[in-house]
Design a protein around this ligand. Structure first.
Ligand code: GAL
Length: 906
């Protein structure tokens, strides 16, 4: 395929206007509608559709502590026919050594007669679905059994999708590609009964060339089988075609998949040099000569190209051999570039490169590449320097699920998450532990987040019995190269991570060798960004960390299990290790890629409150209530190997060369509900699964947005029965000194000491009434806050993040329900049963309340409020416009109503 590789260079400074725009010879059709879906195989398949044989699962990994040492590598040899030999060639384009590429076996695999593959199979009884579709998110939850790790939702097993593809006779001679942004998992794709290819790893994006199997001028039958192994993840993976699927038509000579690479090697306020490499594929059996030219446009805030191009690369001609691919490299200079950088001090400006390919004067392809101009320097003494400005990493880890929407990607839901994170002051995210939907990186580009793009949670050694380790030997290269090629033009991506806490950390030189091989792949695809892998175990003097450009520590920086209670236990115990890594790697940037793993249940306060700054979750220390699956939100407790936010802040402040942190984690996610595996979702988010901030959110806001005058009081002040009992009050504030009053009586004025990040009045004796805090900063009045004892729940209130939404079937309104008392005060401990109804051109997609224990299926219109709140996610009915009404009611409560306008999106 890639028979020739040629580099051409030209330096041009531009002036001429862009060529006149006409319809592009390339078309991309999103295949969202028209699908039929079915769980399970037809009878008689007998394993013949399996990608490979799988080991027997002898022991569940459910509930295993996250930092348990990964087990041995397991490799099996299939003793019966499997589909693997037919699937492996799909990855060939991403295998550099031609000798290691896979040859498709002759003929067709013997799978017997599978009715689902027949064009005339009647699938009218199958469920009609629209993509993106997560087959497991609607539930029901599985309450019993060892399923907590994967979120208690039925994500594993087989699922089939079928869809007709009408391909016009006029398309004959074009290439027809199927582009899958992600399919969970072990996908095999069949067209008109013939196996085209597939891809095991559910988080990768991949392409199939359907052309040889297409009937032009006819209806074609597409069938996609997915096969999610049980025990294949430490979190909820989702299932099915959970990201977009595209039908892309091109000329036989066209820009390759992810065929452009933009870099900006020289950046200053006056000028930027933009390097552009364009790979063009020739799928014909004759050599061709093409001309390639590119215009560069500024993009406005809405992402639209503005006016004339600001630079151009004039046509460069080159030859491509039959069946080959040629890469042309050129550069341009952009004067006074509008740089991309993170807010609030910089702006995330973007550009668009429009590349045209001509053959004999005729435009045969037009390809658009969005990019940004920025310079990122890694300074071991300070950290990350973007366009000359030192940016402290205020990061969070993010899983791929979107709460009640599951794994099915939704741009608005992801944007909302980023907005909430931005409100806290976060400027960076780590994509734990897999490549995201490609649209997420469009959001981070547009919003100016710094991103660690990460590919694997395991290499050869397993964390769960059927995870990625089973395919690592054959697929690590295609998966890694696919991520790098897909994502390398995103200015928001600053660092590649090739692994998280992998078992190979424990393997000395052998583990480091695998790390070096992965880093080498990164270099080949992107010499401009560093590579890393996150380490919770490997120490500074071991071979493993030396394999990477940047030192990413999980929990080690603050020290792991240093408290006396952990003495003698057979788990990771590590003293605070930033200094050791700094000393061993004085030329490398060091930061915390996972910090904290603090735990809490929103709005839940347990007593007594520990006097410590950081403690594990135990029933006896005020951290947990294992009977009721609750963790205290005084925000002082963490997983055994983690630390409270306060303790992490102190560690960072003591070691100012540390570039910052990525907190575990931003939003609660489905699965991994440490410490209570009977629950559905995690306790580690600063924000709950529904998107409601926990108290911890304000602890980070106080540190990350020091200029915002804010103070947050906890707990709530509704404690009938606690009268006369000690009920500590803590205040999270960007101020440095405060006086607390209970019913007008001062409880004392306190000042933050060195390495203190909260103000705590631990002796307050509860009496109903009002808490009032007055806050100073630098001796000046800064802000104040109040919390009152409320009356009983009396009415409901609804508030939407957006009251006017589009009717494209994707846009969403997130409606927050609050339980109020008769005076209109939010009742922060209310748990009333509520019911949502939607009338007019909108529909209820899902509800939630952020309670990790709530096993009510997400689509349910009825739900208990939790700590005073519930959430309804509403979507416009596709194509319909007008006013919709969201109603909420609950027994004994005055109902609430909210109007939404549904209409066409621009
Ligand atoms: C880490 C791990 C994360 C998550 C976290 C939970 O060790 O890298 O994926 O499991 O622990 O505390």
């Amino acid at each position: 395929m890639l028979r020739s590789l040629l580099a051409l260079t030209a330096l041009v400074v531009l002036t001429a206007p862009a060529a006149a725009a006409g319809p592009s010879p390339r078309s991309s059709e999103r295949l969202d509608g028209g699908w039929r879906f079915h769980r399970g195989d037809p009878p008689g398949v007998d394993g013949r559709l399996d990608y490979d044989v799988r080991p027997e699962v002898e022991r569940s990994a459910d509930g295993r502590v996250a930092d348990a040492r990964p087990d041995e590598a397991i490799r099996l040899r299939a003793d019966r026919p499997v589909l693997k030999p037919w699937i492996l060639p799909t990855g060939n384009r991403f295998i550099a050594d031609p000798g290691r590429r896979h040859r498709r076996p002759g003929g067709e695999p013997d799978v017997g007669d599978v009715p689902f593959l027949h064009a005339d199979f009647d699938d009218s009884q199958w469920q009609a679905v629209t993509l993106p579709h997560d087959w497991a998110i609607a539930g029901p939850f599985i309450a019993e059994g060892p399923y907590g790790g994967m979120g208690r939702l039925p994500s594993w097993g087989v699922g089939w999708y079928r869809r007709a593809l009408d391909i016009a006779a006029s398309d004959a001679g074009r290439r027809i590609h199927l582009d899958l942004d992600g399919a969970m998992s072990y996908a095999t794709v069949w067209l008109n009964g013939r196996l085209v290819g597939g891809w095991p790893y559910g988080y990768s994006s991949w392409r199939l060339d359907l052309t040889p199997h297409v009937a032009f001028g006819a209806r074609n039958q597409l069938a996609i089988r997915l096969d999610n192994p049980p025990e294949s993840a430490r979190w909820y993976p989702g299932g099915g075609l959970y990201r977009d699927v595209w039908l892309t038509r091109t000329a036989p000579v066209h820009v390759a998949q992810w065929g452009t690479t933009v870099t900006t090697p020289e950046v200053s306020a006056d000028s930027a040099t933009v390097h552009l490499a364009v790979a063009v594929d020739n799928t014909t059996d004759a050599p061709v000569r093409v001309q390639v030219e590119t215009g560069f446009f500024e993009l406005d805030d809405a992402g639209r190209p503005r006016g004339e191009p600001v630079a151009r690369i004039p046509p460069i001609g080159f030859d491509i051999v039959a069946g080959g691919s040629t890469k042309a490299t050129s550069r341009a200079r952009i004067a006074h570039p509008r740089l991309w950088g993170p807010p609030p001090t910089q702006r995330p400006n973007l550009y668009l490169a429009v590349t045209r390919v001509r053959q004999d004067g005729r435009e045969i392809d037009r390809y658009e590449t969005r990019f940004g101009i920025r310079e990122v320097r890694w300074d071991p003494d300070r950290g990350v320097v973007v366009n000359g400005e030192h940016i402290v990493l205020k990061g969070v880890n993010q899983h791929h699920d979107l709460g009640a929407l599951g794994a099915a990607f939704n741009v608005r839901a992801a944007e909302r998450q980023l907005e909430i994170l931005r409100g806290m002051g976060a400027n960076a995210i780590r994509l734990a532990h897999n490549p995201p939907d490609p649209q997420l990186l469009e959001l981070t580009d547009r919003m100016g987040f710094l991103v660690i793009d990460e590919i694997f949670d395991s290499w050869e050694k397993k964390k769960t019995p059927l995870d990625f380790h089973l395919v690592f030997p054959e697929w690590h290269e295609p998966d890694l190269r696919a991520m790098l090629r897909r994502d390398r033009n995103h200015p928001s991506v600053i660092l590649w991570s090739v692994g998280n806490e992998v078992g190979e950390q424990y393997d000395g030189e052998a583990g480091a060798a695998i790390g070096r091989r992965l880093v080498q792949i990164v270099r080949e695809e992107d010499p401009t960004r560093p590579a890393t892998a996150s380490m919770n175990w490997a120490k500074a003097d071991m071979p493993f960390p030396a394999a990477f450009d940047v030192v990413n520590l999980n929990y080690q920086g603050e020290g792991i299990r240093q408290e006396p209670e952990f003495e003698g236990i057979e788990r990771i115990r590590t003293p605070p290790s930033y200094p050791a890594f700094r000393e061993a790697f004085p030329d490398k940037v060091v930061f915390g890629s996972e910090t904290a793993s603090a735990l809490s249940t929103r709005g839940t306060y347990l007593f007594p409150v520990t006097p410590l700054q950081s403690a594990p979750v135990r029933d006896h220390n005020g951290g947990g209530d294992s009977r009721n699956l609750l963790v205290s939100a005084y925000e002082l407790h963490a997983v055994d190997f983690g630390s409270s936010a306060d303790k992490v802040f102190a560690a960072l402040d003591r070691h100012p060369y540390v570039a910052g942190e990525f907190v575990w984690n931003g939003f609660d996610y489905l699965g991994e509900p440490t410490p209570y595996y009977a629950a559905r979702s995690s306790y580690s988010g600063m924000i709950d699964l529904a998107g409601f901030p926990k108290d911890r959110y304000y602890l980070y806001q106080a540190r990350w947005r020091p200029e915002l005058p804010m103070a947050h009081i906890l707990p709530h002040w509704n404690w009938p029965g606690r009268e006369g009992q000690v009920t500590p009050v803590h205040v999270f504030t960007s101020g440095d000194e405060a006086e607390l009053f209970l019913n007008g009586v001062s409880q004392g004025r306190k000042k933050k000491g060195p390495f203190e990040y909260r103000l705590r009045w631990d002796e307050v004796v509860y009496a109903p009434g009002e808490l009032h805090v007055r806050v100073w900063r630098g001796g000046r009045e800064w802000t104040e806050a109040r919390v009152k004892t409320t009356g009983a729940p009396a009415r409901l209130a609804l508030e939407a993040d957006r009251t006017a939404i589009g009717n494209d079937g994707r846009d969403l309104s997130f409606v927050t329900l609050r339980v109020l008392d008769a005076e209109g005060q939010p009742v922060r401990n209310a748990g009333n049963r509520v019911r949502f109804e939607v009338e007019g051109p909108a529909e209820l997609v899902a509800t939630d309340n952020g309670d990790p224990r709530d096993l009510t299926a997400f689509p349910s219109p009825a739900r208990d409020a939790f700590s005073g709140l519930a959430l309804a996610i509403v979507r416009g009915v596709p194509g319909k416009s007008g006013n919709a009404i969201v109603r909420a009611s609950g027994e004994g409560l005055a109902a609430a109503e909210l109007g939404l306008q549904i209409g066409a999106v621009e």
